[in-house]
Design a protein around this ligand. Structure first.
Ligand code: SF4
Ligand code: MSK
Length: 656
């Protein structure tokens, strides 16, 4: 077994994760002489100047380092101030995050067009009703027309989301009128994502935009091209192609692996690979091949956001979130780990080698040194899917090391969407958000919070997500989730209808009446657009103001790590939502740029940023903001904030 050369000093795993399976695998990896991401984070001290975004390396006259303690004492060689430097660094994170999700949307658009043309027999349009509704909302004629013709017109319209160089992108029409007015007034209603990303990168070049407010304006415009553009196209077209999620029972955690079966994990983001893998795993020839190798079957399992796409649509089991992707390989039970794009740690290549897993990249844009590459051609998706399974079967036949699978598996409910919430609350025949608005107005539900995003090995894995959500639901805040966050909550028993028991009395009453959990998982990180659509519908139904900025809602990414999270945060802020990040925030306190993000954007009619490390503090900030919005709406029946006590915690832990 290959071992890492440098071994950092190990910390007690209980400070690293609350996920028992991940903790077991960190301990096992240490015993095996293998270093995982958690231990690498402990050994890698973050650069304090970089952490505060007080350095610039945008040209060959630098890199220039300014001081976090005395940020206005110095400027860069070109004269750039701390505010210019921080806003440019922030802008580049927004540009990269927007590029990631917009590329995801563009890939799905290309696939959608080919399916509509009948050139990809392995995929069909599954949700014709959603296709029709979206086409009609965008002014496309549907009456008496063939599905394929409507789809092709929709593809042409949605292509503008990416390539349009003048004028507003199509899906902005789904935003509330007053929110749209704010964007137009501020000059941030976006053109196509390619145009916005290109312009944002230009502005961050040496010697171009050197006014932090003007740079941030373009960051907002670019981020909006992600949230109301690339990401929204990705979500809408995934639903049309692969089916709109509806609530489904699921199982999560490493206990979904099965020693007796060929275990195939898929990790990444784009749904096409995992959809093809699901069909391949049911192929009798491949099942027979697995049996000949001594396996009882093929066990297909999702991870991270790829897994979340299929979890909600088909109930496929899920092995864990971002901070478990290396740990799961330590089980020795993973015969193949297939990946596409985004959030795939290079460290997985070495861990795979240590435990004999076939680590397979499939996307031309994501090769990883040490991985095998099997290209995924979306015209012939089974070629790649079948090849991955054959490799996994061969590895099963040749398994050498011991297999140690943590016994943990937890039940939950996933598969919520704008549409399913509509019917769940309003009834099958007259779906409506009116009951949600009514319950916010009458105070049973205090407000709504989106708790979303990644894990980060610099904080205790899953703990910040779980503690924050416990506090919020206890205080009658309905929680919507996307991305890795919801796996943390599923592992901790908060996504079942029975978890209503842990909510405050008002939210509990609503959940019990409808039979829904107090925490609703809406999909992958690209699916934050579902939260924007839900917020727009809350405005449209009425009684809670005229724009998203009026709603008693907030957002949080308590364990964020990726640049996509920064783009998502900025499009929520630009859409009018108070958005709180944990872990770290790349900014120097008490600077003009910090005041701009954390105060002034709200004065302009948008939302604003917040930052806190501790979940209790995050919950306090979110609840105070929700109460401020309730008061502005005249819904200010005073409410006391409740704190989770030890008895509640014990009850929650035994339920998980
Ligand atoms: Fe330094 Fe200015 Fe060059 Fe940045 S752009 S590295 S601040 S000289
Ligand atoms: S995978 S972006 S760690 S949510 Fe979407 Fe999870 Fe964050 Fe990646």
């Amino acid at each position: 077994m290959a071992k890492n050369e440098s071994q950092p000093v190990p910390l007690d795993v209980k400070y690293m994760t609350i996920c028992d399976s991940t903790a077991q695998m960190i301990e096992k990896a240490r015993a095996d002489g293998v270093t995982l991401d958690h231990d690498r984070a402990a050994a890698m001290k973050a650069c304090p100047i970089g952490a505060d975004s007080a350095c610039c390396k945008h040209c060959g006259m630098g890199p220039c380092r300014l001081s976090s303690k005395d940020p206005y004492a110095k400027v860069g060689v070109c004269g750039a101030t701390i505010d210019t430097i921080m806003s440019r660094n922030f802008a580049r994170m927004v540009a990269t995050g927007t590029a990631a999700h917009s590329d995801h949307g563009l890939v799905l658009l290309k696939l959608f067009r080919q399916v509509a043309l009948g050139r990809v027999p392995d995929y069909q349009i599954k949700d014709e009703l959603k296709l029709q509704e979206l086409a009609e909302r965008l002014g496309i004629e549907t009456e008496g027309r063939e599905t394929a013709d409507i789809a092709l017109d929709l593809a042409d319209e949605l292509e503008k989301t990416f390539i349009q160089t003048e004028g507003e992108i199509p899906l902005l029409r789904l935003a509330p009128e007053k929110t749209l007015d704010t964007w137009r007034k501020l000059g941030v209603a976006p053109r196509g994502a390619m145009r916005e990303v290109m312009e944002l990168l230009l502005r961050t070049h040496i010697g171009v935009d050197q006014d932090y407010k003007n740079i941030t304006r373009q960051s907002s415009r670019t981020a909006l091209a992600d949230g109301w553009g690339g990401s929204m196209v990705a979500t809408e077209l995934s639903d049309i192609l692969f089916g709109t999620p509806y609530p489904v029972q699921i199982e999560v955690d490493m206990g979904v692996l099965d020693e007796k079966q060929v275990n195939v994990l898929v990790h990444g983001h784009e749904p096409a690979l995992l959809e093809a893998m699901m069909v391949a795993c049911a192929d009798p020839h491949l099942i027979a091949m697995a049996r000949e190798a001594g396996a009882s079957g093929i066990n297909l399992v999702g991870m991270c956001c790829s897994g979340l796409e299929v979890l909600g649509r088909h109930g496929l089991p899920h092995a864990g979130n971002f901070n478990s992707t290396e740990a799961v390989l330590v089980t020795g039970a993973v015969d193949a780990m297939a990946v596409d794009v985004q959030c795939i740690k290079q460290g997985m290549a070495q861990v795979s080698e240590c435990y004999g897993t076939r680590f397979i990249t499939t996307n031309e844009r994501c090769h990883i040194e040490g991985a095998e590459h099997v290209p995924f051609d979306d015209h012939h998706p089974r070629d790649c899917a079948d090849a991955i399974i054959v490799k996994a079967v061969n590895r099963f036949r040749d398994r050498k090391g011991p297999v140690v699978i943590p016994k943990n598996r937890h039940r939950g409910v996933a598969g919520f969407s704008y549409e399913s919430i509509n019917y769940m609350l309003g009834g099958t025949f007259r779906g409506s958000y009116a009951p949600l608005n009514d319950n916010i107005i009458n105070g049973r539900i205090r407000g709504v919070a989106g708790v979303v995003g990644c894990n980060n090995p610099r904080v205790r894995h899953d703990w910040v997500h779980v503690e924050l959500v416990r506090e919020l639901i206890r205080n009658d805040v309905l929680v919507l989730q996307t991305g890795c966050s919801q796996i943390a909550l599923m592992k901790n028993g908060l996504t079942t209808p029975e978890a209503a028991h842990f909510a405050g009395p008002g939210l509990r009453e609503v959940c019990e009446a409808v039979g829904m959990p107090p925490v609703l998982g809406l999909g992958a990180c690209v699916d934050n657009s579902r939260i924007l659509i839900a917020a727009s519908e809350m405005v449209r139904v009425g009684g809670l103001g005229n724009s998203i900025a009026d709603l008693p809602v907030a957002g949080a990414a308590p364990e964020w790590m990726s640049e996509k999270a920064v783009a998502i945060g900025q499009y929520f802020v630009a859409s009018g939502v108070y958005t709180v990040f944990g872990v770290t925030f790349p900014i120097v306190q008490n600077t003009k740029f910090q005041r701009h993000l954390f105060e002034e954007l709200e004065d302009e009619g948008m939302g604003k940023w917040g930052f806190a490390r501790e979940p209790d503090e995050m919950a306090r900030m979110i609840i105070e903001h929700i109460d401020k919005k309730r008061k502005a709406l005249g819904l200010d029946r005073s409410r006391e904030r409740l704190l989770v006590d030890m008895a509640d915690r014990r009850a929650l832990e035994s339920a998980a």
